[in-house]
Design a protein around this ligand. Structure first.
Ligand code: HEC
Ligand code: HEC
Ligand code: HEC
Length: 412
């Protein structure tokens, strides 16, 4: 927390002395930055034209929970909430009228946030134009539709409490811990859950499945995790979504990059990376270096006599190349560090990227791959997926039409 204090001291000194040309950030500007770092936008926005107006279903194993309207609208948003009610919701998961909120809202991570940060976020949200939009009803099955049950869940799944800086660690590490564990809630997707849906703290950041996607191991394990990535590759991944040779931000991670991490300062991103580098590395049995798989087709793919090869030639080769080597903005499918899409023991990400494509906007790029969900049947995607992992990826990873159908019906 030392850097934050230093920042505040500098900001206050500037306020008093009027540092020439250096504009001190207002509370609202700080709040906007923190709301971005907290990733509030992606869950609380269903229609990009109405930011923060809610209505997006968040999938849980028990049904969908809709993210509510958090614009400044007094009736359907949070315009009429007091600061204390806002802080209580963010840190304790308790709604305006004392009702229990579902942990599909990551208050379990935001509980670490400081008063100053929450008040700044509140100040920014108060400037978000009001949108009248009542929140749709959740589609949870009994007994999970009973909110009071969350009081019991909290006993096992939630440890409330502010972030406590570790004085034996550097200011950078502490800032990174606050961002990764608190605001950025990276573990909500990258940490596996137990049968009640609570994060398994003993397996923190070792990788998990979210909305069907495989979110990788973020520990510094060299083979299974990010241990072999260079700092500049991680920085590039979080700020642009593309780290050629390592991974591309797909599905939920594409949203994290485009709505959140791309806006973080290099200093904050470096702090997150420094923190991730220091968590205990967890290797996973039977994982091989992703780049050790696959080979470019030396022959013309159209000469290969299989449905998978024909589908690849027709639907994919125009961008990823006849030999799978890609080119320009189109990633190679061979020898690429594909995040679980290829070279991983599961084909989830490969199937999901075929179904939904890529549509990731950042300040300087728009990565676009068409979605094939309407063009290709479950059988065709399975055929194609098996061809691709056999040819370019981990040949042990296979899929079938049933698995494709299951992923197709997963709420994104
Ligand atoms: C992973 C998705 C997700 C993220 C990220 C998220 N929220 Fe939410 N939020 C939800 C859901 C879902 C609910 C509703 C929970 C319920 O109905 O019990 C909710 C509820 C809330 C509520 C209570 C509103 C009400 O009407 O009861 C507030 C306030 C809120 N979120 C603010 C935020 C802020 C600020 C951020 C960013 C720091 C944020 N949320 C990030 C999913 C999310
Ligand atoms: C909403 C869920 C979600 C959140 C929150 C999230 N991630 Fe991810 N992340 C994913 C998924 C899914 C993938 C795998 C898909 C892909 O290739 O991008 C992924 C991939 C990654 C990768 C690529 C490495 C690999 O092989 O898996 C890195 C690095 C990463 N995330 C870092 C982070 C960090 C740091 C945070 C916190 C700021 C974070 N993620 C938050 C879902 C999430
Ligand atoms: C119009 C061009 C285009 C077509 C056609 C296309 N892709 Fe892509 N593909 C892309 C782009 C662009 C990306 C994302 C690059 C990025 O994230 O920066 C991508 C990403 C991918 C990834 C993730 C790569 C990684 O390393 O994580 C896979 C896997 C993939 N495509 C497979 C396919 C398959 C299979 C087909 C055929 C069904 C296909 N693509 C068709 C352009 C295309």
């Amino acid at each position: 927390m030392k850097t934050r204090l230093a920042g505040m001291v500098i900001a206050m000194a500037c306020f008093a002395l009027g540092c020439g040309g250096v504009a001190a950030q207002t509370q609202t500007q700080q709040g906007e930055y923190l709301v971005r770092a907290g990733g509030c936008m992606s869950c609380h926005t269903a229609d990009p034209a109405r930011p923060f107006a809610g209505g997006r279903p968040i999938a849980t194993p028990f049904g969908n929970v809709f993210a509510p309207n958090i614009t400044s609208d007094r009736e359907t948003g949070i315009g009429a909430w007091t600061d204390a009610q806002f802080i209580r919701a963010m840190r304790e998961g308790i709604g305006r009228n004392g009702e229990r909120l579902y942990p599909a809202f990551p208050y379990t991570a935001y509980t670490l946030l400081t008063d100053a940060d929450l008040l700044a976020m509140r100040a920014y949200l108060a400037t978000v134009p009001p949108v009248r939009a009542p929140t749709p009803r959740n589609t949870l099955s009994f007994p999970f539709d009973q909110r009071w049950l969350m009081a019991l869940w909290n006993l096992v799944g939630f440890s409330p409490g502010r972030f406590v800086p570790d004085r034996s660690k550097s200011a950078e590490w502490n800032r990174g811990a606050y961002l990764v564990e608190g605001l950025g809630h990276c573990g909500e997707c990258h940490t596996p859950r137990n049968w009640v849906g609570a994060l398994k703290q003993s397996e923190r950041l070792t990788g998990a499945t979210v909305a069907g996607w495989r979110a990788g191991n973020l520990t510094p394990a060299r083979v299974a995790g990010i241990g072999a990535w260079r700092d500049d590759e991680l920085l590039r991944f979080l700020s642009t979504g593309a780290a050629p040779g390592r991974a591309y931000a797909l599905g939920p991670m594409a949203e994290v990059v485009s709505t959140s991490t791309q806006f973080l300062t290099p200093a904050d991103l470096r702090a997150m990376i420094a923190y991730l580098r220091a968590v205990p590395p967890v290797e996973v049995k039977d994982v091989r270096v992703r780049t050790s798989f696959g080979q470019a087709t030396r022959t013309d793919i159209t000469a290969l006599d299989s449905d998978g090869a024909r589908l690849y030639a027709a639907a994919c080769a125009s961008c990823h190349g006849m030999t799978g080597e890609g080119g320009g903005p189109f990633p190679p499918l061979v020898h690429d560090g594909v995040t679980g899409a290829l070279g991983s023991a599961t084909t989830n990400n490969l199937v999901l990227v075929i179904l939904h494509g890529v549509n990731r906007r950042t300040r300087d790029a728009h990565a676009l791959m068409p979605a094939f969900d309407a063009q290709l049947s479950d059988e065709q995607i399975a055929e194609l997926g098996n061809f691709i992992t056999r040819q370019f990826g981990d040949p042990r990873a296979t899929t079938d039409a049933k698995a494709v159908a299951r992923l197709r019906s997963t709420t994104q």
